[in-house]
Design a protein around this ligand. Structure first.
Ligand code: A2P
Length: 341
């Protein structure tokens, strides 16, 4: 990558924004200038990237003049308001919120799965939901081989997915509980420390949460196959970093557990960690800070003809958010697509 770009990190003070700065540094992303943006509250704060200090500026409608690529992670309403302003300024937006994901004008991309969808972007590219991304990385190679008919997924999602305030809420609750003090729940409706909440995002009329329906709908858009059926239960657990998922998959063609291990071992972005005899399986504490999606506990579902059970873990802030966003930006550069058509 020889050309360099002016890159804005929008939401640079948040949990994902901070991780974006680390990922830009670790991957030596080719920027000529970095523009960290956040709300007026953070204007003037300092952030670091590649050994240099940058001053955070307030995100405003005019702040995108001269910016080539804007990486957004500042919430849905902020993105709805500012992403179109950025595009109007000639800037390509990769957005981590849910605001644009199901918009027909916006590709929804996991670079290992559907990089070709970037070819039809009109300025805004959506980064999928964190739980969907890791599931897609693992499902695509199996779908190519044996056609997936149906997936039943249950998630065990870390608090970092809710943002910096939720990380602090879990820390504070643990500290208070261990010293015999009552807890305060502010970000979540109930205590999250030592608890599981089967409730992520808002409830919808069909009884599912919005998070669960994101997994259903985003899967179809990313895979480009409306016949794949997904049903999901999403649970917030008292883990700081790393989402875990239990998947039951039904395929058209038979796959043995050995077939699945072989296919996934060759797939991009995946590490198979499946050695029950050594008690080796993916865990959130090991996936945190890593780029890969880890897959283990691969077993044939003995109750149906063509079924597989498996356990998938990935760092929700990295592959589930910052890393995937930056991989999208890298793919745009590789395909010479950093321009608003
Ligand atoms: P700020 O720190 O100034 O509030 P998290 O997901 O960890 O909560 O982070 C959200 C990020 O989005 C933060 O950087 C936050 O900035 C930024 N943000 C939130 N609301 C706005 C807004 N209205 N305009 C610009 N940035 C915003």
């Amino acid at each position: 990558m020889s050309k360099e770009f002016v890159v804005a990190v929008c939401g640079a003070t948040g949990a994902v924004g901070q991780e974006m700065l680390s990922v830009l540094e670790q991957r030596d992303f080719p920027y000529s200038k970095l523009v960290p943006m956040a709300s007026a509250r953070s204007a003037g704060k300092k952030v670091d990237c590649k050994g240099e200090e940058y001053t955070v500026i307030e995100m405003t409608e005019d702040a995108f003049e001269g910016v080539d690529i804007a990486l957004f992670s500042a919430g849905g309403s902020t993105s709805e308001k500012f992403a179109p302003c950025a595009v109007k300024s000639g800037c390509v937006v990769v957005d981590n919120s849910s605001a644009w994901r199901m918009n027909d004008e916006c590709p929804l991309v996991v670079p290992e799965v559907n990089p070709h969808d970037l070819d039809w972007h009109k300025g805004i590219i959506a980064n999928p939901n964190c739980s969907t991304i890791q599931m897609m990385v693992a499902l695509k190679p199996l779908h190519d081989e044996a056609r997936i008919k149906r997936v039943v997924v249950s998630t065990y999602q870390a608090v970092s997915g809710t943002g910096q305030k939720a990380i602090e809420e879990l820390e504070n609750q643990v500290r208070r509980l261990m010293s015999g003090q009552p807890v305060v729940a502010d970000v979540y409706p109930y205590q999250i420390a030592f608890n599981c909440l089967p409730h992520i995002d808002v409830f919808m009329d069909n009884g599912y949460t919005k998070e669960e329906m994101k997994m259903v709908n985003e899967t179809v858009k990313i895979m480009g196959d409306p016949t794949i059926k997904v049903t999901a239960t999403c649970v917030r657990v008292p883990v700081f970093y790393g989402h875990s998922e239990s998947l039951n998959i039904e395929t058209e063609e038979k796959l043995t557990a050995a077939d699945v291990r072989t296919i996934l071992a060759k797939a991009p972005g995946i590490i198979v960690e499946d050695y029950p005899e050594k008690k080796a399986y993916p865990m959130a504490i090991n996936a945190a800070g890593e780029d890969a999606t880890f897959v283990g506990r691969i077993r044939e579902d003995e109750t149906i003809e063509n079924g597989i059970n498996m356990w998938i873990v990935s760092d929700n802030i990295r592959k589930g958010a910052a890393l995937n966003t930056i991989q999208i930006a890298e793919t745009l550069i590789e395909r010479d697509l950093v321009r608003v058509p």
